[in-house]
Design a protein around this ligand. Structure first.
Ligand SMILES: [Zn+2]
Length: 465
């Protein structure tokens, strides 16, 4: 008998997402340190390993920890502050002023709340497109035990056809690049490799050709990820056409910035030529359905996610931010899949198996992290989500993939393991004092409204006594 640190066993359903997409009934997995040693049937593994710690999964569906491909940790304190606005108002009148006003302490609180939100929904890793206090995101991620890709947000065009940045965001090309690279130097591959860093030319319309080219080149050379928002609304496309005579992806192509190390959020307004370019250059894409639905960006109506997938483009799913409502990747899977079915009048588009791959394997590829995460198999990091199926949302349970995508909320996560460590056990987060966190969030609400100047954006006209 070989000794291992941890064994999860007796799982009613264990869905590996490995190369063969193997599913085990009465499944088990053995973990040594931060790494999965073996996955298989409970009987087989129990006869081979003696575990120092055992978790009986029982009536549960066990999957690789979900990976949120696009989540702004700094926006977690902005829930309800950007309703009923289109893309320009959303960014330039609400979210940029909000973010520009945040102190390091506010950003830390927002990030910590974000990590707890993730863990509670079975999300073990998220890709943050960047903010202005990335060291605070790192601090929260490190404490919570989750895995993440962090970045420092960089934009060097104060004024574009899309809008004018708050003064807090305005930087020269050199300082935008240097501060982005500093985050790579300080945090890439830290905390036992749980934290990685990327570059981020955050909004393509507010970035110069030079910044985009230098960032893309540096990321390519260093083998790291570079992120940006692109084609997320008619307004971003039109601004790019006015300013550069090219839509956003065609512009990135013209300046030599596309490649397999580039992760673009949204891509909801693509020209036929841009669709082809994304496939040709193996660009990674993350679809953010709920933020599009909330702000009427048109990413579903105009979107081409099924066509991108057909071309072999690695597309993941992002919940984007709390100011568009849900931060629940399980519900996000439902939203993406069903919204496409509706607008295409086609119930077969975006099959639940495809959608679950997007939230696991594809997302790992989008983060350039697929050698370590995204599936449950020997040699991969032990990032595991265990969902309790003794709930009305999960029963009856004929097909776990169907229930994962169409019926179960992320909040049915019962136990969550990241990097071999149990960060939530039987519904209790082990790493963060949740009671103290929620109290602090409530206490900080007034302060957030005051510093951001967004008190008037709260929309109810009903009398409050
Ligand atoms: Zn975003």
């Amino acid at each position: 008998m070989r000794e291992v640190d941890l064994m999860v066993h007796g799982a009613d359903w264990l869905i590996t997402l490995d190369e063969k997409r193997q599913i085990y009934r009465d499944g088990a997995l053995a973990v040594q340190g931060d790494t999965i040693v073996e996955v298989g049937k409970t009987d087989a593994l129990m006869s081979k390993y003696r575990a120092r710690r055992e978790l009986q999964a029982g009536d549960a569906v066990v999957v690789p920890g979900l990976i949120d491909g696009h989540l702004h940790s700094s926006f977690q304190m902005s829930r309800g502050l950007a309703d009923e606005v289109g893309s320009q108002q959303f960014l330039f009148e609400r979210m940029y002023p909000y973010e520009a006003a945040l102190s390091a302490e506010d950003s830390y609180l927002s990030s910590l709340l974000c990590t707890v939100n993730c863990i509670r929904h079975g999300v073990t890793c998220f890709i943050d497109p960047g903010n202005y206090h990335p060291q605070e995101t790192v601090k929260a991620v490190a404490e919570s035990g989750i895995r993440a890709i962090v970045a420092k947000s960089s934009m060097d065009l104060a004024k574009s056809a899309f809008g004018t940045l708050p003064s807090r965001f305005q930087e020269t090309t050199d300082s935008a690049l240097a501060s982005g690279l500093q985050v790579i130097e300080d945090f890439h591959h830290t905390h036992n490799g749980r934290i990685r860093a990327s570059l981020s030319f955050r909004g393509v319309n507010n970035c110069s050709d030079e910044l985009i080219q230098r960032m893309s080149h540096q990321a390519d050379e260093a083998g790291i990820l570079v992120q940006a928002h692109a084609c997320f609304a008619k307004e971003t496309r039109d601004a790019s056409l006015r300013q550069h005579n090219l839509p956003e992806i065609e512009r990135l192509h013209a300046i030599g910035a596309l490649g397999p190390h580039v992760l673009l959020a949204h891509c909801g307004w693509l020209s036929p030529k841009e669709l082809v370019l994304l496939g040709e250059f193996d660009v990674k894409v993350v679809a953010c359905a709920s933020s599009s639905l909330h702000n009427a960006y048109g990413n579903i109506q105009m979107g081409a996610i099924p066509e991108l997938l057909e071309r072999g483009v690695k597309v993941s799913i992002g919940s984007d931010h709390a100011c568009s409502g849900i931060v629940d990747l399980m519900t996000e899977m439902f939203v993406l899949s069903t919204a496409y079915k509706e607008v295409r009048l086609d119930p077969t588009v975006l099959h639940p198996e495809t959608v679950l791959e997007m939230a696991t394997r594809n997302a790992a590829s989008c983060g350039l992290w697929d050698t370590e995460i995204g599936s449950l198999e020997a040699g991969k990091k032990a990032d595991v989500a265990i969902y309790d199926t003794n709930t009305p949302d999960w029963l009856p349970l004929y097909n776990p993939i169907s229930n994962l995508v169409y019926s179960a909320p992320g909040s049915s996560a019962r136990t969550v393991i990241v990097d071999g460590a149990v960060v939530m056990k039987e519904g209790r987060i082990q790493t963060v004092d949740e009671e103290a966190l929620y109290k602090e969030v409530r206490n900080r609400q007034e302060h957030i409204l005051k510093i951001t100047g967004l008190a008037d954006s709260i929309q109810t006209s009903w009398p409050i006594e």
